[in-house]
Write a protein that binds this ligand. Sequence first.
Ligand code: 2P0
Length: 323
Amino acid sequence: MHYTARAHTNIALLKYWGKVDEAIITPTTTSISLTLNEFYTDTTVWFDKTLASDQLVLDGETISGTAAQKVSRFLNIVRDMAGFNDKAYIISTNNVPTAAGLASSASAFAALAGAASKAAGLDLSVTELSRLARHGSGSATRSIFGGFANWVPGDDRTSFATPIFEKVDWPIQLMTVIINDQPKKVGSRLGMQHAKNTAPFYKVWVKLANSQVADMISAIQQHDLVKLGELAEANALQMHAMNATSVPPFNYLTDKSWQVIMIAQELRNQGIPVYATMDAGPNVKLISRPEDTSIIKKALTDVVTSSQIIIASPGPGIKVTSG
Ligand code: 2P0
């Protein structure tokens, strides 16, 4: 049977930045995310006993090498769960602009978990899917759910995401400001490992990040954009400060990133609630109200053109269909 899954990517409001167990991808901290409506991956999977090896087609191109091996290793988990060893066709289309620096691995492994498990005859609950997606990529754990999701540390059985609110019925949006569309120099997997191993404040960061969870959840429950934004920006800046104090140091942010961050801070002085968050790259994502879009765009005109701004709204959880 063919199954197709659509999973959306997500932006972390409280970041995942380090693993307790590298092999099974369990995090050092709780992370909280917002799933995004405009960016998603569609993946179709079917198993075929006549195949000698898995066949991966990504955006119309047959893929081999590291990316294909990562997918096959992930499928091995699904095959173990299903109790057979057939190889699979995996046809995947990404609707995540690579230039935006939004993690396509989140939507990719969430969609793969959904389509592959169904195609293998498994009928997993969303909790089981979240746990399975975690084995592909940490951020994928959260992309099973729509709206706001919460991924907790734990062991292989207990580390999965749960929804905080899947339907977001209040005005919040994410503006991605594209500063550089080149592939990042330090991938997130390596970056978080290096920070954990060498940053002198790593343990402090873990404590601090975990202490922000309850406040972030209550900000979400109260639809409090100011509190949510303040916490998200602080958490992101703390993560980036930690990278800058790793040994040797590394940085994702550029002069232009800082310009955008400071424009957000300046807009706040004028009463506009806009907050910055940054992942493993220079692009800055601004959390804001939709009604402030034009004023924020205007404030950014000296740094980027309007084609370098992509707007996203809260999105739904995974959908799996046959065919
Ligand atoms: C996050 N990021 O919480 C953090 C913040 C980037 C910065 O999760 O090694 O691709 O596959 O588990 O999920 C990106 O890391 O890493 C990420 P792996 P992943 O969204």
